[in-house]
Design a protein around this ligand. Structure first.
Ligand code: AMP
Ligand code: ZN
Ligand code: FE
Ligand code: FE
Length: 277
């Protein structure tokens, strides 16, 4: 088997494994290339790139950026190969992580009115500073309040579960432009999940493409079957590429490395559009 998987998380956000372990498991799964795309930071890049050289796996440095469509739904924006030192990007990522921390504190405060849980219980599950609900879930598991991250997300940590609050995020169109300015390639992550809020429509795709979107993540286990067909049509119509990836989180999610893959021509296009490292 060979394949290219362009979406994976490590301990630097809400995955459960190190960056080296990601690359090791990618090698074991027979992947020729894997992207490290932690939420809102680039802290795992160096380790992943070094492991890639060591193990002969092509490691693509990326980020999954938390953004929001002006006044609307949140969007995860994958950014491949941006300059990690481009100052506006460094600053906005820091702001997102700070607001992640404040959000988690507020959610834990809400939970503490009912459950025996403190910020300390949660912090120990977050290696970096990109905290999120999965780390709260891990603390809830440790305390025997839920059995899995899945159970936590389906109930206590669900947006309508009564405890969580929305994440403050920068505008998606502004981030698409900023990723391009940083020499990166912006890709719309899992746009066709079964959303409780308004689903994405063609006008959203059109808006993002006009801002500079490079591609759409078509192959993702959370995109609905009809959604995948629609996304492939949109990619073709608007002249952007389609990717397929696992969104691996180690033991934090059932997603398996290589369960969705990206064509070699598409990776070549991403490298062509992105800045050369
Ligand atoms: P947050 O960053 O706090 O908004 O939490 C969203 C993150 O939680 C995403 O990265 C998802 O991958 C992860 N997530 C969402 N639903 C689940 C679930 N059912 N089980 C495990 N992780 C999940
Ligand atoms: Zn995640
Ligand atoms: Fe995501
Ligand atoms: Fe992800």
């Amino acid at each position: 088997m060979s394949g290219i998987d362009l979406h994976a998380h490590t301990l630097h956000s809400d995955g459960t494994e190190t960056a080296t372990e990601l690359v090791r498991q990618a090698k074991e799964a027979g992947l020729e290339a894997v992207a490290i795309t932690d939420h809102d930071n680039t802290d795992g890049w160096q380790e992943a790139l070094a492991a890639g050289v060591e193990l002969g796996v092509d490691v693509i440095p990326g980020i999954e950026i938390s953004t929001r469509l002006e006044g609307g739904p949140s969007i995860h924006l994958l950014a491949y190969l941006p300059d990690p030192n481009y100052e506006p990007l460094v600053n906005v990522l820091r702001e997102i992580r700070e607001s992640r921390g404040k959000r988690v504190e507020k959610i834990v405060e809400n939970l503490a009115t009912v459950y025996d849980i403190t910020m300390e219980d949660v912090s120990k599950f977050s290696k970096g500073d990109a905290m999120g609900r999965p780390h709260i879930a891990d603390a809830l598991i440790e305390k025997g309040i839920v059995k899995s991250r899945e159970e936590a997300f389906a109930g206590i940590l669900h947006p309508r579960g009564g405890f969580t609050i929305p994440q403050h995020s920068p505008s998606t169109t502004e981030m698409v432009r900023m990723v391009r300015d940083a020499g990166g390639v912006p890709v719309f992550a899992h746009p066709a999940t079964d959303r409780k809020f308004r689903p994405f429509v063609e006008a959203d795709i059109e808006l993002l493409v006009s801002a500079g979107l490079g591609g759409i993540e078509v192959g993702h286990r959370e995109n609905t079957p009809e959604g995948k067909i629609w996304l492939a049509e949109m990619a073709k119509k608007y002249g952007v590429f389609g990717t397929g990836s696992s969104d691996w989180h180690g033991k934090g999610k059932p997603n398996k490395l290589g369960e969705n893959t990206t064509a070699q021509e598409v990776l070549a296009e991403i490298k062509h559009q992105g800045r050369s490292l």
